[in-house]
Design a protein around this ligand. Structure first.
Ligand SMILES: CC(C)(COP(=O)(O)OP(=O)(O)OC[C@H]1O[C@@H](n2cnc3c(N)ncnc32)[C@H](O)[C@@H]1OP(=O)(O)O)[C@@H](O)C(=O)NCCC(=O)NCCS
Length: 158
């Protein structure tokens, strides 16, 4: 079952041009995804990675925004959560404005990774999302720590 967050965009959420701050949307994405991950893991979780966020269309003041989060893949201690954000028009029609994938790790009271229950994809769509998640995971793990500069000597220590 999806975890959802619904919000009317107010003046405190927008920039001078009346558009939703990207950072505000990222906060809502983080929170709804964390709750989806907690509900799956039945424990506390910590955010390990966020894929590139694409802002497909602007969100404006007074828009109704709906965020919907689902676990798409599970490993031993980590899980991927997809968050789709829609603007819901007064007609009820929904327009996709953002899609994001986040990776959370279940943690124990010491902050150490702990095992989670496996996700069992049921439908064809869920199976396809799982397969695509495995490709995204391979890419993420390939990138892991690859952008951290290596110290080469005392001259690099500031
Ligand atoms: C995330 C964290 C708990 C992982 O701890 P770790 O000691 O590196 O643990 P491991 O290497 O055993 O990895 C645990 C799991 O996380 C996954 N993982 C860790 N970093 C990842 C990344 N960048 N991308 C995808 N998966 C990642 C591992 O693949 C592993 O998954 P699995 O158990 O399902 O196979 C640790 O790096 C951490 O605490 N980071 C800070 C988190 C934080 O503060 N978040 C808030 C951001 S403001």
């Amino acid at each position: 079952m999806s975890t959802q967050h619904v919000q009317i965009v107010m003046s405190c959420h927008v920039n001078g041009a009346g558009r939703l701050f990207g950072g505000q949307l990222m906060e809502w994405i983080d929170v709804v995804a964390a709750v989806a991950a907690r509900r799956h893991a039945l424990s506390d979780v910590t955010l390990a990675a966020v894929d590139a966020l694409e802002f497909i269309a602007p969100v404006r003041m007074n828009d109704t925004v709906l965020l919907s989060a689902d676990v798409t893949w599970t490993g031993r201690t980590s899980m991927e959560v997809r968050v789709e954000t829609f603007v819901e028009h007064l007609s009820g029609q929904r327009q996709l404005v953002n899609r994001a994938y986040l990776v959370f790790v279940a943690v124990d009271t010491m902050g150490e990774p702990r095992p989670i229950p496996p996700l069992l994809p049921q439908t064809e769509i869920e199976l396809k999302e799982w397969q695509q998640a495995e490709i995204r995971r391979a890419h993420r793990l390939g990138q892991r720590h690859s952008e951290v500069p290596k110290a080469t000597g005392d001259a690099d220590v500031r």
